[in-house]
Design a protein around this ligand. Structure first.
Ligand SMILES: Cc1ncc(COP(=O)(O)O)c(C=O)c1O
Length: 455
């Protein structure tokens, strides 16, 4: 596969062990990353993935692989969706969590388990604890979407305690570590552990079995990297020629930045919207695996994820969460390379809070170029607004926001105006009419702080 496409950067990474590889981050510099032997191969491999599949078999984690007529038509590829949103916990997280917990000694199980979670891992741990009769605690950041908190509580039953700690996943992680030290409980790792990685990797075994062969391309969301590592390890172990494309949120590309740097880095989160895949630092094991086995990462714009979430809902009748739709939204970033090929996208989760749909619609409209904000200085005299409506608005341009307070001691009064267009091509004529009107109009660029405040 070749270089990057908008909106993010693409990172092309490595070949085999011991080679120096070129990591090109458009538009930034090209850096050389030395790949020192594959240490991860001593920690996790196809045998572990197969063992995880055996352990998980009685639990019933097999999900459908479904052809997507919509995405196939749009891309010219044959696209399938691996429906991990249909798990009992509505995400693939049950695989890694159960594999890890079920592999603990009787003594460790008796001492209980604890985890930190942005919402989905906690459900996997809660369900596994209940299923295995193990005591546990789940630490969540305070801003965890309500739907996820409610789901964890309902899965947890009496055995699992739900606690809140801090504002970020990292805060919850620190609290979980302190709890473990105090109580002798075992931390169930979110992504950076061989058993977690092996559990997530069972998805690849199922896909190959369900498809009857290896797909040409698999697109996989990446947060800490557990899911992508598991899938890549399994495909590598099976000798499958599948290219794995990792999808990161553009506002939280920790794995991409780490690959560019040649080592793990901790990033500042610019946009926490894709909550399931927002991680400040990727895992150590997962970084090594992704560096070697995932040849391409793309940063997917949050607005594109929102459009995909709406298409899934409106056209396919599927409720996905932002991280769940990430790998599907990434298809646009690799559009030129997948035509005529078989592509499997991991639809990784469906825990979406209904309260998020207003924001999802708004972000999608802005991303698609259908919604625009302006500050208009209206002369404070009768007829000024009518002039704007008559001279500037086209027949299908729709005012969806108008904030204006009349102040009698001023000559001009600023108004905040939001306009929704029928098609993105209506913008140019609108801007031309505004310019010709002579009105004092400032457009708020979609990425400006003021526009972000409105979204
Ligand atoms: C629905 C969903 N997709 C993707 C991810 C990212 O997975 P990983 O952290 O294993 O890279 C997560 C992580 O929580 C998730 O919940």
């Amino acid at each position: 596969m070749t270089a990057a496409t908008a909106p993010g950067t693409a990172v092309t990474a490595p070949a085999g062990p011991g080679t120096a590889v070129s990591v090109a981050a458009a538009p930034g510099p090209v850096v050389s990353v030395p790949v020192s032997g594959s240490v991860w191969r001593q920690q996790v491999g196809i045998a572990d993935v197969r063992a995880a599949a055996e352990r998980l078999a009685p639990v019933g984690v097999l999900t459908p692989l479904q052809h997507s007529p919509r995405l196939s038509e749009r891309t010219g590829a044959t696209v399938y969706l691996k429906r991990e949103d249909l798990q009992v916990v509505r995400s693939y997280k049950i695989r890694g969590a159960y594999n890890f917990i079920a592999g603990l000694s009787a003594e460790s199980l008796a001492a209980g388990v604890v985890c930190a979670s942005a919402g989905n891992h906690g459900q996997g741990v809660a369900w596994s604890c209940r299923h295995l009769g193990v005591r546990g605690a789940v630490f969540l950041p305070r801003r965890t979407p309500r739907q996820k908190v409610a789901r964890i509580r309902s899965l947890a039953g009496e055995l699992v305690e739900v606690r809140f700690a801090g504002d970020s996943f990292d805060d919850a992680n620190a609290a979980a570590a302190a709890y473990a030290a105090e109580r002798g409980a075992t931390v169930v790792p979110t992504f950076d552990h061989p058993a977690t990685v092996a559990g997530q990797g069972t998805i690849a075994l199922e896909v190959l079995e369900q498809l009857g062969r290896a797909p040409d391309v698999m697109t996989v969301p990446i947060g800490g990297g557990g899911l992508a590592s598991g899938i890549a390890v399994a495909l590598d172990g099976l000798g499958a020629p599948t290219e794995v494309v990792g999808a990161q949120p553009a506002g939280a590309p920790a794995m991409m930045r780490s690959l560019e740097a040649g080592h793990r880095v901790t990033i500042d989160i610019e946009d926490p919207f894709v909550d399931g895949a927002v991680v400040r630092t990727p895992g150590a094991l997962t970084f090594d695996v992704v560096r070697e086995l995932v040849p391409r990462l793309v940063a997917v714009a949050e607005g594109r994820v929102c459009t995909e979430l709406l298409d899934l809902y409106q056209i396919d009748g599927i409720v996905a969460e932002p991280a769940g739709a990430l790998a599907l939204a990434a298809l646009d970033d690799v559009a030129a390379e997948i035509v005529g090929r078989t592509v499997v996208c991991i639809l990784s989760g469906g825990n979406n809070d209904v309260a998020r749909y207003d924001e999802i619609i708004e972000r999608s409209l802005v991303h698609e170029g259908l919604k625009h904000y302006f500050v208009i200085g209206f002369p404070q005299r009768p007829g000024a607004l009518r002039r704007f409506l008559d001279e500037c608005l086209g027949p299908t341009d729709d005012i969806v926001l108008f904030e204006y307070i009349k102040k009698n001691d001023r000559e001009f009064g600023p108004a905040l105006v939001g306009i929704e267009l029928a098609t993105r091509t209506d913008l140019e004529p609108l801007l031309a009419r505004i310019a010709a009107s002579g009105l004092d109009v400032q457009r708020l660029p979609p990425d400006s702080p003021m526009a972000r405040l409105l979204v």
